[in-house]
Design a binder for this molecule. Structure first.
Ligand code: CAA
Length: 264
């Protein structure tokens, strides 16, 4: 992997990797360089997707996951630059969705604005008990620009999403878990990273092809009507019956043995 990245790190641990935003002094705020490096890194991961079976996305240090888009950089942007900045952040968010394996956001401390948005583009969110979420953009005279106006409603329902975006208020982890934004809460960052790795291992014991197909169908269906979404589901359900993994999984069940999947 490219070692020239200055604002992010990627650490490979066997079949999984940990991707971190690494601008601790600015609470990992997302500037143009971070997004450019995230886009490059995620594009390489996507092209070489057979190398990994899962990704953890987090922020360096204890204080923040990501405290949002870089307000200092944004304060001098023209309308055109701001548009391009939003598009770049949105491209990064889509790349997380396009990786054919699970991506878990591990949120420690602040996940505000663009930080909350990046976490939401992962498959699901784990958090520490000190995590704080929010879309405070309206307090700055802005709106969310990396997918928050679209993804938050889909995750927690339109009414609650509107209440959070209009007030710009922060929520603690208990409220974030209660509304379904956070899936699991951990005492420490270390516990959270280890818990996320355990979850990836559990997932990896299943058919990687089935998991990756489920991710694709669920993400695709998110933007479709129920009728169209069910069509996509039936198409992939049928296709997967031609796979080694499906033959292996069903044979192992009838032979009362553990399935050994190949991901094809
Ligand atoms: N952009 C740039 N720098 C940031 C930042 C951000 N989003 N958040 C924090 N920082 C910087 C601070 O300026 C400070 O730098 P200096 O030490 O050089 O002064 C450093 O990080 C530490 O921050 P604080 O001293 O403010 O730490 P704190 O504990 O007092 O407060 C905080 C923490 C509540 C998170 C506060 O920093 C804060 O409110 N940050 C901004 C949060 C925000 O509004 N995020 C949304 C941004 S808009 C957006 O994301 C748009 C989009 O959707 C595209």
């Amino acid at each position: 992997m490219n070692t020239k990245f200055k604002t992010i790190t990627l650490e490979k641990k066997g079949e999984f990797a940990v991707l971190s935003v690494s601008r601790e002094k600015s609470l990992n705020a997302l500037n143009f360089q971070v997004h450019t490096e995230l886009k490059a890194c995620l594009s390489i991961l996507k092209e070489n997707s057979e190398d990994l079976r899962g990704l953890i996305f987090t922020g360096a240090g204890e204080k923040a996951f990501i405290a949002g888009a870089d307000i200092v950089e944004m304060s001098n942007m023209t309308q055109e630059q701001a548009f391009n900045f939003a598009v770049l952040g949105q491209q990064v968010s889509l790349l997380f969705e396009e990786l054919p394996y699970p991506v878990i956001a591990c949120v420690n401390g602040f996940a505000l604005g663009g930080g909350c948005e990046m976490a939401m583009s992962c498959d699901f969110i784990y958090a520490t008990k000190t995590a704080i979420f929010g879309q405070p953009e309206v307090k700055l005279g802005l709106i969310p620009g990396f997918g928050g106006t679209q993804r938050l409603s889909k995750l927690i329902g339109r009414n609650k999403a509107k209440e959070l975006i209009y007030t710009g208020r922060n929520i603690k982890v208990d409220e974030a878990k209660e509304c379904g934004l956070v899936v699991k809460v951990f005492e420490t960052k270390e516990d959270m990273l280890s818990g996320a790795t355990t979850t990836l291992e559990k997932i990896n014991a299943n058919s990687p092809l089935a998991v990756s197909t489920a991710k694709r169908v669920m993400n695709e269906g998110n933007d479709l009507t129920i009728t169209k979404g069910l069509e996509v589901e039936a198409k992939h359900f049928g296709e997967i019956f031609g796979s080694y993994d499906m033959q292996e999984g069903t044979s192992a069940f009838t032979e009362k043995r553990k399935a050994i999947f190949k991901g094809c």
